[in-house]
Write a protein that binds this ligand. Structure first.
Ligand code: NAP
Length: 461
């Protein structure tokens, strides 16, 4: 009777400025850090511990009692204890009946247990209202006040009122609650802190794979071949020339790979005649990491710019230029300016500068602080229209760089074409398919499909 009335009182909306007592089970690192923060925010805190003795580590304004005594003093109980010790709660089930139990626990591995820790807690104490929260905030961040990176607190639970009470506490601590729905979301929330840059995995692995491939490709063509056939030692190419070949190649291929899933998705939708069927998993995942692919591409493009800036001060380049001047002087003959070459070289540089400028613009608009301030149409305009323009400019930059060398036999060593020629394959495919897709005979049905129309399949009788 006594117990029930205390619960009702605590669950009633708090109309006064005085904050309700919060109970924390466990005086470990997280329990103490959270308790400290709560006391700072004006919450009376009572700890439930196996040992009711207080220590110098425990916030001095907090009370330390046995689990049963502490639980009776509050409506909200934070379980700051590892999941494997939860069975000590079973004998307390009666006292915990009707209380809000906040599960803050994390695991050591993704999907370590068949059910989430919060669902397990709800099974152990069926009469309690379990809410998952705080697991993405670290004890260190709570204590040191460096909460900028983890200000968001994911909250989920089946009882709306209980969830609201926890979200109020989160807000009072200066954090931002994010309602993730029912307790079914707990597994996902528990997996968050265990993930290591999930969206970056594919772009990083892909760029590592491509970098390795192009490194060995250039090594064979530009260092081993001249050494074998001309006895020339160009091993110093490893420092600047080869990285400056790999970086633009990677930038262009990765930029094209940002737009390739879009054209593949369009082809699939046209083929199926509907947008209401899921894309294959690999395409879904690819689409989700386009931003990261684009940012890795931008990093390679920026490195290319830096490597290009040092070209005039390279000793090999200075030696080659002075050699030409000396040879002209010795032969008493001045080479006339080749205007075609001057045009090609200036156009190649201009296309590169413009391409890089738009590349940077795309990178800037993908930053959350910028993308949050533009509307959907503006964002789409930049990422799609300007994105394709960037791809066109960068592809043209590479094509003009190739100039008339594409057909020259000297460009092929051991039948291997120059590496930049390989980098043109994916961008050219993307641009050609995109060009075909903007023809009205394909664009019109595609737009209709994307607006929710379904094209009826034609059955022959
Ligand atoms: P901890 O320092 O090891 O503390 C755990 C506490 O649990 C102990 O101090 C102890 O408190 C209690 N405990 C230990 N064995 C017990 C048992 N057999 N029966 C009952 N109580 C027992 O761990 P922590 O770092 O504070 O983490 C606590 C929970 O918070 C974990 O679930 C963790 O996943 C989660 N979490 C931690 C962090 C973090 O940064 N540390 C961040 C987010 C979430 P008493 O001695 O007072 O009984």
């Amino acid at each position: 009777m006594n117990k029930n009335s205390s619960n009702k009182m605590a669950l009633a909306p708090n109309t006064s400025n005085k904050r309700e007592t919060v109970c924390i089970f466990g005086t470990g690192d997280f329990g103490r850090a959270l308790g400290h923060k709560m006391i700072q925010s004006g919450y009376p805190v009572v700890f439930g511990s196996r040992s009711a003795q207080t220590s110098s580590l425990i916030p001095k304004d907090a009370e330390v009692l046995s689990h049963a005594e502490a639980a009776q003093k509050a409506a909200v109980i934070i379980i700051a204890i590892q999941r494997q010790h939860y069975n000590f709660l079973t004998p307390l089930a009666e006292i915990l009946h009707g209380k809000v139990l906040v599960d803050v626990s994390n695991n050591l591995k993704i999907n370590q247990y068949p059910e989430s820790n919060a669902e397990y807690l709800a099974q152990l104490v069926p009469g309690a209202k379990v809410v998952k929260a705080f697991n993405t905030v670290s004890a260190w961040a709570l204590q040191s006040g460096t909460l900028d990176a983890s200000r968001q607190v994911f909250v989920c639970g089946d009882d709306m009122e209980a969830k609201q009470m926890v979200m109020d506490i989160v807000r009072a601590l200066g954090l931002t609650p994010l309602d993730k729905g029912s307790l079914l979301a707990a597994q996902e929330i528990e997996n968050y802190p265990l993930q290591l840059f999930p969206m970056w995995k594919f772009p990083i692995l892909l760029s590592l794979g491509l970098t390795t491939f192009f490194f060995f490709y250039c090594l064979i063509r530009d260092i081993i071949y001249p050494y074998v056939y001309e006895n020339k030692d160009f091993s110093f190419f490893l420092a600047i020339s080869i990285p400056n070949r790999i970086c633009p190649i990677l930038a262009l291929i990765l930029l094209a790979l940002v737009y390739l899933p879009g054209v593949l998705a369009a082809i699939i939708q046209l083929y199926r005649g509907t947008k209401y069927r899921r894309f294959p998993d690999w395409l879904d995942k690819w689409m989700l990491c386009r931003k990261q692919l684009g940012l890795v591409a931008l990093a390679f493009a920026s490195l290319h710019v830096l490597y290009t800036l040092v070209i005039p001060i390279r000793s090999f380049v200075r030696w080659r230029i002075s050699g030409r001047i000396v040879s002209q002087a010795l032969n008493n003959k001045t080479e006339p300016l080749n205007t075609t070459n001057a045009w090609l070289s200036d156009s190649y540089l201009a296309l590169g500068i413009l391409g890089f400028f738009l590349f940077v613009l795309l990178g800037i608009t993908s930053l959350p602080s910028v993308s949050n301030n533009v509307n959907w149409r503006e964002f789409r305009f930049v990422q799609s229209k300007l994105g394709y323009l960037t791809l066109i400019l960068c592809t043209a930059h590479t094509l003009v760089y190739g100039g008339n060398r594409f057909l020259s036999p000297s460009s092929y060593r051991w039948y291997l074409p120059n590496a930049y020629m390989l980098s043109l394959i994916v961008p050219c495919i993307v641009l050609v398919v995109k060009f075909v897709l903007i023809f009205p005979c394909l664009d019109k049905p595609l737009t209709q499909i994307r607006q929710g129309w379904e094209r009826k399949p034609q059955y022959s009788e």
